[in-house]
Design a protein around this ligand. Structure first.
Ligand code: NAD
Length: 506
C-alpha cells in the first residue's frame, strides 16, 4: 500500500524553518524515494542567480577574512548548536529525501555536529611552521591565509554531511561557501541553509553571502566549476562527474578536491573472527541500501573459511528487512530512483551471464509503484571480472575466493577506484602488511572493521579514480587556505641564499 509522505516532508521543513517561498509551480521536482512521489517543486537557479551568488560570495570573502579565526569558529559553534537542537528533524528529512533508515539519517546529522566541534578547535590552530634558514639574522616561516569562495558540489547519498565537512572547515579558514547540492536532494540543502541562517542571526554580523545554496542540476555546477572567482571546487559524486570537473578546474588553474566513486573490498583471512567479520560485512554492504561511496562491493574470502562464512552471510541476506526506512527493524530502505534500480538489474544480469550465482536482488513491493525497493544481492562470482570491476551504486556484494594474502591484496588493488578497503584477520603480519607500503592502495585501509562508517577526525578520501581529494580531519583544512612562505631579514646585510654573490658595487 502506498502512503503519501508529502505532508510529513512539508511539516518537517516548516519546523526546520524552510517556508513555502522556496517552492514554485514549475521547476525542479523534489522526490521522496520512500514513495517515489514528488513532494515539492522548487525554483531553479539560472545563470543570473549563479552570477549574483558568486559576486555576493566575493564580497563576503573580503569581510569574513578580516574576522579573527577563533571568532569565525564561534559562528561554526553556533551552527553545531542549531544542529543539535534540530537533529531529530533534520535526520528525519534525510530519511524522507534520501531514503536512509532513521538511525543513519540521525548519524549523518551527528557527523555534521562532529565536524563543527572539530572545526571550532581548529579555529584556534591553523598553524604554520617556522623553518630553519641558512641566512643569518633571518626568519623563515609559513603562514596560512583564507583562500576565497569555495564551490561545494555534493552527491545525493550524503545530502547534508558532505556540505558540513567542507563548510565547517571553509568558514573557520575564512572562506565563503556556495553549495550546489544534488538535484535529487535539494530539500535537505534548504533546511541546512535555514539552520545556518539561525546561527548567523545569533552570531550577528555574518556577511550576507557567506553561506549560499544554488538549486539546480549539472549546469549550475558547471558555472561554478568554470568561474575563476571560485578558487576551490570541492566536488563529490561519480567518477564520471570528476572526469569532467577535474580538467575544467585545472584549465583555469583552480584547485579541486575530488571525492568520487569507490569499489571497496574486504578480505576475510583464515584467522578472522567470523562473528565480527559477518557484522562488519553486513553493515558495510547493505547499509544505506548499498548507496555509500564506501559501501562494501567486493568480498575476497580465503578458501579455508569460504564455506563457513558465505552460507552464514546468505542467511543474513535472506532475512534482512527491506522496507520503509522509518519503520523499526528495517535495515535496508529504498534506492534513490528507477535509474539506480536499472543499474542494479543490468549488473546482476551481466554477473549471471558470467556464471555468477545470485542470492536476493529482486524488486520488493514496498512504498507504491513509484518507489524502488530491492532485496540486497550477494553474488558468488567465478572470477574477479566484468561488473565486479566497477561501481554499481546499489546493494550488490560480489564474493570471490583467494589462496594467498599477496593474491588477496592484488585483487583489492585491481580496480580503478581507490577509496576504502578492509581486512579481517587476527594475524598481525597480515594486518601490518595490509596497511603497509605494499598493502592496500586505497585512501582508507581498515583492519577488523568494514570499509564504511568513517569518523571525521581522519582525512577522508581516496586515490586513483576516486580523485585524490581529502576532506574532514587531519590536515584537510589546508586545502581551504592559501599558503605563503615568508622570509624576514632583521639584520643589516643582504646575504643571498645558496651563497650567490650579486655585487652591484654600491
Ligand atoms: P553524480 O556524479 O551524478 O552527481 C554529483 C553532483 O555532481 C550533483 O550535484 C550533480 O549535479 C553534479 N554534477 C554532475 N556532473 C557535473 C558536471 N559536469 N559539472 C558540475 N557538476 C556536476 O553522483 P550521485 O549519483 O549524486 O552520487 C553517487 C556517486 O557519488 C557515487 O559514485 C559515489 O561513490 C560518489 N560519492 C563519493 C563520495 C566520496 O567522498 N568519495 C561521497 C559520496 C558519494
Amino acid at each position: 500500500m502506498s502512503v503519501s509522505v508529502r505532508a510529513d516532508v512539508l511539516a518537517v521543513l516548516s519546523r526546520l524553518g524552510v517556508d513555502e517561498s522556496a517552492f514554485s509551480a514549475s521547476g525542479l521536482p523534489a522526490r521522496s524515494p520512500v514513495t517515489g512521489e514528488v513532494v515539492a517543486t522548487l525554483r531553479e537557479d539560472g545563470p543570473a542567480e549563479v552570477e549574483a551568488a558568486i559576486a555576493r560570495s566575493v564580497e563576503a570573502f573580503a569581510a569574513w577574512r578580516k574576522i579573527p579565526a577563533p571568532r569565525r569558529g564561534e559562528f561554526v559553534r553556533l551552527i553545531g548548536e542549531e544542529l543539535r537542537a534540530h537533529k531529530a528533524d533534520l535526520g528525519l528529512l534525510v530519511t524522507l529525501e534520501a531514503g536512509k533508515i532513521v538511525s543513519e539519517g540521525l548519524g549523518e546529522v551527528q557527523e555534521m555536529i562532529d565536524i563543527c566541534d572539530y572545526a571550532v578547535g581548529l579555529s584556534r590552530q591553523l598553524f604554520g611552521l617556522t623553518i630553519a634558514t641558512e641566512r643569518p639574522d633571518h626568519r623563515m616561516m609559513e603562514t596560512w591565509h583564507p583562500l576565497g569562495p569555495c564551490g561545494v558540489i555534493t552527491a545525493f547519498n550524503f545530502p547534508v554531511a558532505v556540505w558540513s565537512w567542507n563548510a565547517a572547515l571553509a568558514f573557520v579558514c575564512g572562506d565563503p561557501v556556495i553549495w550546489k547540492p544534488s538535484e535529487k536532494t535539494p530539500l535537505t540543502a534548504l533546511a541546512v541553509q535555514a539552520v545556518v541562517a539561525r546561527a548567523a542571526a545569533k552570531f550577528g554580523g555574518v556577511p550576507a553571502g557567506l553561506s549560499q545554496v544554488l538549486i539546480g542540476g549539472r549546469g549550475v555546477g558547471e558555472a561554478l566549476v568554470d568561474d575563476h572567482r571560485v578558487p576551490l571546487i570541492s566536488a563529490t559524486g561519480s567518477t564520471a562527474m570528476g572526469r569532467q570537473v577535474g580538467p575544467r578546474v585545472a584549465a583555469r588553474f583552480g584547485r579541486s578536491i575530488l571525492e568520487l566513486g569507490g569499489n571497496n573490498a574486504a578480505i576475510v583471512a583464515p584467522s578472522a573472527d567470523l562473528d565480527i567479520a559477518l557484522r562488519g560485512i553486513a553493515f558495510a554492504a547493505m547499509g544505506t541500501a548499498g548507496q555509500r561511496c564506501t559501501t562494501l562491493r567486493r568480498l575476497i574470502v580465503h578458501e579455508s573459511v569460504y564455506d563457513t562464512l558465505v552460507p552464514r552471510l546468505k542467511r543474513v541476506y535472506e532475512s534482512v528487512r527491506v522496507g520503509d526506512p522509518r519503520e523499526a527493524g528495517v535495515l535496508v530502505g529504498p534506492l534513490i530512483d528507477e535509474g539506480a534500480l536499472e543499474g542494479m538489474e543490468r549488473a546482476l544480469a551481466e554477473a549471471r551471464a558470467m556464471g555468477g550465482s545470485v542470492t536476493g536482488g529482486g524488486r520488493r513491493d514496498v512504498g507504491g509503484p513509484d518507489a524502488c525497493y530491492v532485496a540486497p544481492a550477494l553474488v558468488e562470482m567465478p572470477s574477479h571480472a566484468g561488473p565486479v570491476l566497477r561501481e554499481t551504486f546499489a546493494p550488490i556484494l560480489y564474493v570471490v575466493r583467494y589462496r594467498t594474502i599477496e593474491e588477496a591484496i592484488a585483487l583489492n588493488n585491481a580496480v580503478g577506484a581507490g577509496l576504502s578497503s578492509s581486512l579481517f584477520t587476527l594475524d598481525m603480519r597480515e594486518a601490518e602488511r595490509f596497511v603497509s607500503d605494499e598493502g592496500s592502495d586505497c585512501g582508507i585501509a581498515n583492519v577488523n572493521i568494514g570499509p564504511s562508517g568513517a569518523e571525521i577526525g581522519g582525512a577522508f578520501g581516496g586515490e586513483k579514480e576516486t580523485g585524490g581529494g581529502r576532506e574532514a580531519g587531519s590536515d584537510a583544512w589546508k586545502a581551504y587556505m592559501r599558503r605563503a612562505t615568508n622570509t624576514i631579514n632583521f639584520g643589516t646585510t643582504l646575504p643571498l641564499a645558496q651563497g650567490v654573490s650579486f655585487d652591484i658595487g654600491a
